[in-house]
Design a protein around this ligand. Structure first.
Ligand SMILES: [Zn+2]
Length: 400
């Protein structure tokens, strides 16, 4: 588990969101500000903390993973929220449970930093996808299991180092922990809290205020998130939101997202003849609704994956040179991914050079043609990388 990269990276982010000026001249008066150490130093310090505290970090994660977390299982989802409150408060974070009837609450946390003028919100969800224990490899989705590598790579089950009588801090980067939500999103939550512990232990001051929004029904569609946040919008001001809910790059390296795209569920009704028709009598005369639906879908995109609906890209900002440079610097892994997934040709050009050079996905448009379309659900915050998405719901801990 490369937990340390995530911990160190997050820690660096929390201290580097402000310039590290030692002195500031205000109206001719020189004020001494907190001296913030260089990022490289922070990363080294936090990594050394992580290496010395792997056992403690992993114990907290394992304990958290052991609490069943299907959104509809209210008693257990409440236990997750209560545990999160304890975990946040142990770090001095002021915590409130923003209740939702019949669902787990949004866990809101706030950690003020003296002298800080900017605020970073960390979002993650603590519920997981519904799971059938019988279909789970180890049959026990809420009992964390360690393997020496991923199941796909033939990983064998091994004992946790503390139980094996070895050195409790001897975790290896290629090991994997399996449990529901081990990647999505319980590990990122433990990573961010561990990064706070590391900064505290190493006497590295935070440069920003921190807020936490931890949701308990993301996998059930986030039906109440928007309303809950609107009700408590006085709590929410911030300059930056970091989401812990998303995939790593296929190369295993962490990703920084430039934006999230949403998704929309549609009910499409295609009208055909008033009764069933015999194909031998009416075929080639009566229009076939299946063919009409195929035509509709096929007309929405060209062969390269570009959306053909008029006006669809109108309000999408072009990529800035900085964003384009960042995309160009991404590891190229198209060939490997195509081989793994059995795909002859990807949509949208190379992952690094998307054919549509736009920053964000456009908003929903009206429907072409005369078909009846009903918007069923609009996910407000589904995290999907805009050019290299992969299902983030695997049971493998993200190599953070
Ligand atoms: Zn998720």
């Amino acid at each position: 588990m490369k937990l340390g990269i995530g911990v160190a990276g997050l820690a660096a982010l929390f201290i580097c969101a402000l310039p590290s000026c030692a002195q500031l001249s205000v109206g001719g008066k020189v004020e001494t500000k907190k001296v913030l150490p260089p990022t490289k130093h922070v990363i080294e310090e936090v990594r050394s903390y992580r290496l010395a505290n792997q056992d403690r970090i992993m114990r907290e994660l394992r304990e958290f993973l052991s609490i069943p977390n299907v959104a509809s299982d209210t008693p257990n989802i409440d236990k997750n929220a209560a545990r999160l409150k304890e975990m946040l408060e142990a770090r001095g974070v002021e915590t409130h449970l923003l209740s939702i009837e019949g669902r787990g609450p949004v866990v809101f946390g706030k950690l003020d930093t003296e002298g800080a003028t900017r605020t970073v919100i960390f979002y993650a969800h603590y519920d997981g996808q519904p799971v059938d224990p019988a279909a789970w490899t180890d049959k026990t989705p809420f009992e964390p299991v360690l393997r020496d590598k991923s199941i796909e790579a033939g990983g064998k089950r091994i004992s946790f180092p503390d139980a094996a009588g070895g050195t409790a801090n001897s975790y290896q980067d290629h090991w994997r922990i399996y449990a529901r939500s081990s990647s999505d999103d319980k590990s990122p939550i433990v990573a961010v809290l561990s990064s706070l512990d590391a900064l505290h232990a190493k006497n590295i001051p935070l440069a920003v205020n921190l807020k936490f929004i931890l949701e308990g029904e993301e996998e059930a569609g986030s039906a109440h998130l928007q309303k809950t946040l609107q009700l408590h919008k006085n709590l929410l001001g911030a300059n930056l939101l970091i989401t812990g809910d998303g995939p790593t790059h296929q190369s295993g390296r962490p990703l920084v997202f430039f934006g999230n795209r949403g998704d929309i569920g549609l009910d499409i009704t295609v009208y055909g003849p008033a009764r069933s028709l015999h194909s031998g009598h009416y075929g080639n005369w009566a229009p076939n609704p299946a063919m009409q639906l195929s035509r509709l879908l096929a007309a929405m995109k060209d062969e390269d994956g570009r959306v053909l609906i008029p006006g669809y890209y109108n309000d999408v900002d072009p990529l800035s040179p900085l964003e384009q440079r960042a995309l160009n610097a991404m590891p190229v892994n198209d060939a490997e991914l195509q081989r793994e997934l059995g795909i002859a040709k990807p949509d949208g050009g190379s992952a690094n050079k998307p054919q549509t050079s736009f920053r964000t996905g456009p908003k929903h448009r009206s429907t072409p043609g005369s078909l009846k379309v009903k918007i069923r659900k609009k996910s407000l915050h589904k995290s999907r990388h805009s050019f290299a998405s992969r299902d983030s719901s695997s049971s493998i801990t993200n190599p953070l």
